[in-house]
Design a protein around this ligand. Structure first.
Ligand code: NAI
Length: 342
């Protein structure tokens, strides 16, 4: 069979990152072998590992690789809490202007979770808000963190959400905000969302305050279709929504810009289970499925998704976070085997 080769930048990450990315690479290669797709993985360390080895948290070669390949698959990278270096994830999103963080939350067949039939999407602005990292000590004991909201970024993310909704037949967008308190910043975000909403009369539009949204989500998540948010609210709501469908081991994500895209799970480096063959690779695997659609390899994407869904539907080989007893690697083996019969 003639095959196409895709050069993909790979950041295995740290914590559970190397385990889940090794499994995902194995599954992607097996699916590619059956569908005429080859991968040329360009692998790079980032974060503390990269600093130890190369004296840089993000090696220049990693930046260059993403610039050239335009697509990366990334495992989680630990960010020290309350001290140390700034987030690698935020730096990459800002550097490549990956303005849209796209996170679909959907049940997998057969997996019993807190809610059945969830199908909602979080569209999160990915480049500004409190993640601009502008913090300083005014006087000892007083710190200022700047929340940056711009018309340009708010309009761009709203446009992305509405275009996605129209293209994929999604019915409703809720803009999530706290404009009752942050009247200027969240007020600007809402004005931009309303401006774009007015140009998409076929997509319903509503606004909910973020704290109420948390309660509404837990009471009745089915009222939501697409949640359109600023950076911080989207980060928090993503973890909350992941719990509807079985937790952080499952939910994928894409960081999308106009030139480049980085695909990564919602979860972090999970230091509590790292190195123990306990992590669920599903979230990164579903991120790879999003990536395969992005690079126009739907047959490979669908083969992986079908194998994954078969393993969940059978429920025999599952990781511990979703009630099973299998390890990361055994789960990957099961997905590879299931792809042949799904
Ligand atoms: P976390 O997402 O790493 O873990 C939260 C909980 O979910 C833990 O109990 C963990 O065991 C569980 N969990 C996460 N992923 C799992 C998986 N694939 N399979 C099974 N269980 C899983 O969040 P936490 O502990 O708040 O953050 C740890 C580190 O990760 C921090 O340094 C944080 O900055 C970083 N982080 C990195 C991200 C990225 O690289 N994109 C995203 C989020 C956090």
């Amino acid at each position: 069979m003639a095959s196409r080769t895709h050069a993909i930048t790979l950041v295995p990450g740290d914590g559970i990152g190397p385990e889940v990315s090794a499994s995902v690479v194995r599954i992607a290669e097996a699916a590619g072998a059956a569908t005429g797709v080859k991968f040329d993985w360009h692998s790079f360390a980032a974060g503390a590992d990269a600093f130890e080895r190369f004296g840089e948290y993000i090696p220049q070669a990693l930046y260059r690789s993403i610039e050239e390949n335009k697509v990366a698959l990334k495992g989680p990278v630990t960010t020290p809490v309350g001290e140390g270096f700034s987030s690698i994830n935020v730096a990459l999103r800002q550097r490549f202007e990956l303005f849209a963080n796209f996170r679909p939350v959907k049940n997998l067949p057969g997996l019993k979770t807190r809610y059945p039939n969830i199908d909602l999407i979080i569209v999160r602005e990915n480049t500004e808000d409190l993640y601009a990292g502008l913090e300083h000590v005014i006087v000892p004991g007083v710190v200022q963190s700047l929340k940056i909201i711009t018309e340009k970024a708010s309009t761009r993310i709203a446009q992305f959400a509405f275009e996605y909704a129209r293209k994929h037949g999604r019915k409703k967008i809720h803009a999530i905000h706290k404009a009752n308190i942050m009247k200027l910043s969240d007020g600007l975000f809402l004005r931009c969302c309303r401006g774009i909403a007015a140009t998409f009369p076929d997509v319903a539009y509503a606004e909910h305050i973020v704290d109420n949204t948390c309660m509404q989500l837990v009471m009745n998540p089915y009222q939501y279709d697409i949640l359109l948010t600023e950076n911080l609210y989207g980060d928090i709501l993503s973890d909350l929504c992941s719990a509807f469908v079985g937790g952080l081991g499952l939910v994928p994500g894409a960081n999308l810009g106009t030139e480049c895209a980085i695909f990564e799970a919602v979860h972090g480096s999970a230091p509590d289970i790292a190195g123990k063959d306990l992590a669920n690779p599903t979230a990164l695997l579903q991120s790879a499925v999003l990536m395969l659609h992005h690079i126009h390899e739907p047959a490979t994407a669908e083969r992986i998704q079908a194998g994954l869904e078969k393993v969940y539907a059978e429920g025999k080989v599952l990781t511990r976070d979703v009630g099973g007893t299998s390890g990361t690697s055994a789960f990957a083996d099961a997905v590879i085997a299931a792809m042949d019969t799904a």
